[in-house]
Design a protein around this ligand. Sequence first.
Ligand code: TYM
Length: 333
Amino acid sequence: MAKKIFSGVQPTGNLHLGNYLGAIKNFVELQNEKDNDCIYCVVDLHAITLKQDPKELKNNIRETAATFIASGLNPNESILFNQSLVPAHSEGSWILSCIGRMGWLNRMTQFKEKAGKDKEKASVGLYIYPILMAADIMLYDATHVPVGDDQKQHLELCRDIAQKFNNDYKVNDFLVPPEPLIQKQFSRIMSLKDGLKKMSKSDASDLSRINLKDSNDSIINKIKKAKTDANPIPSNIEELENRPEAENLIGIYSNLKNQNIDVTLKEFGGKNFSEFKNNLSEQLIDKISPIASEINKLLNNSDYLDKILLTGAEKANEIAEKKVKEIKKIIGF
Ligand code: TYM
């Protein structure tokens, strides 16, 4: 069945393998499935919930758009735009912030992680960020949202907001509660240094992640240094239990090769990690380096990227503005 897809990525620099395997790779697959309507957004309004340097932010917006395109998103098939060009996101977010409840936001684990110990000093934007995300999705009546595992709770909140709005205003099915599309096996790519920690752009150690713009030498070096354990690679999935680093590396390899973990374990079971790591580096270079070189090529043509984002924003604006008008009518403006 045709799906209406919406998803977003923050332009905060250093997009990494987790963003690619957990989200962007799926964006492309969904675009290439017949009949889906796909909208992919560079969520720059979300980025400023933490302080950004204006010049860097501008570059990062272009770089995120370049990453979308270099990974296979086609601006003629999907709508690609950046959020701040479409005023309906801010407007819709305000209205939905009057529907969302403090108690719901207080449960968001990502806020707790990002705000850290000094919650009092976090921006209000960081706190209400899931509301903006709900507006992003529901302004387009998106039915499905491809994301990594860390966004699951935000999508549940989005569904709660849809239900409360529809109940409060007695408008059955007006806001569409979206379904998350989270891959079972690869929804959480973990740090190369600690298999219990998510791969993240905010990790202080660059060795913890593969950035999409890493050179081949850097990829080889990072995989060589990636943490493993002393045992050889097992032949079946059960034996991966309690071996988080092994599980993560095997998962990454399987994902890159689009094959089941079982197949990978059959290939490498009983062998040691050094041989496996050579193969993993090869796979990564095979998949990542064409993306990196395409990103760099696209970044040399910022006018082209700006034009794509602007054209996408015009299309997005048409849809989102209409929905906000309907929302306003329902609430009595
Ligand atoms: P962001 O920018 O932090 O991450 C972008 C996407 O990458 C996924 N991801 C991962 N997946 C697997 N393993 C990892 N280690 C990993 N790290 C990141 C994230 O789950 C995400 O799918 N709030 C969102 C952006 C957003 C959005 C939206 C998404 C704003 N509005 C509307 C969907 C729909 C975020 O900050 O993602």
